[in-house]
Design a protein around this ligand. Sequence first.
Ligand code: FPP
Length: 242
Amino acid sequence: MSDPRPRKSAAKPRHVAIIMDGNGRWARQHGLPRLKGHEQGAESVRTAIRACRNAGVEFLTLYAFSVENWKRSREEVGGLMRLLRHFLRDQERELHENQVRLRTIGRLEDLSPALRADLARVETATRAYTGGQLLLALSYGGRTEIAAAARAIAHEVRDGRLEPGQVDEACMAAHLYAPDVPDPDLMIRTSGELRVSNFLLWQLSYAELYFTDVLWPDFREEHFRAALEEYARRQRRYGEAS
Ligand code: FPP
């Protein structure tokens, strides 16, 4: 099994993961309903996808909806789901044009059948593309993902397909939602919060973390470039001596 850790010397991240935070605050600052903040946030998603393409970043994972986000009001959850369907329809052509593969990670079974069907259709249609990958984390939780992997492994052990002694880091990683995707090199969180918030808990082990005060709806290509520049200045040691 190849080493999943990001490359030590890479000046450019291969995989960027983003916690898109601050939509609500942006809306409040502009005297608008929260949903308008998410709508503006969806514009920033388009910007981030383009910025990745321009910078040659191969994998982009976006925390679009967490397992905890179901606790928000019905109106906000419904609005976010509508926005996602709209975004999918709107982005599909661009995914094809740029040969980008769409993938999803998370408890997809929580989503409506209509949204699941839309996602499955685009995922299938873009499956063979090699121009980059866009991963949407939907009804996603890092602990949920790790627990699901542990459950799958437990079943295999119970059925005699795996020995307990074979359960190591590589085995765990192989049971995560997208086992073939390299771990993120860089995790960006907007809006000044200094937390990981249950995002990619296993995969972020060696990632460089970048926090900015910019609210997600204000996030532009120049902010993305600033994160990449900061990343290029970091030295990644993976616990080794400097
Ligand atoms: C956090 O802001 C953001 C979310 C919970 C949802 C993210 C969704 C989008 C950016 C738009 C839809 C996504 C796609 C992929 C089209 P918050 O509401 O927690 O902000 P706050 O902390 O300021 O209240």
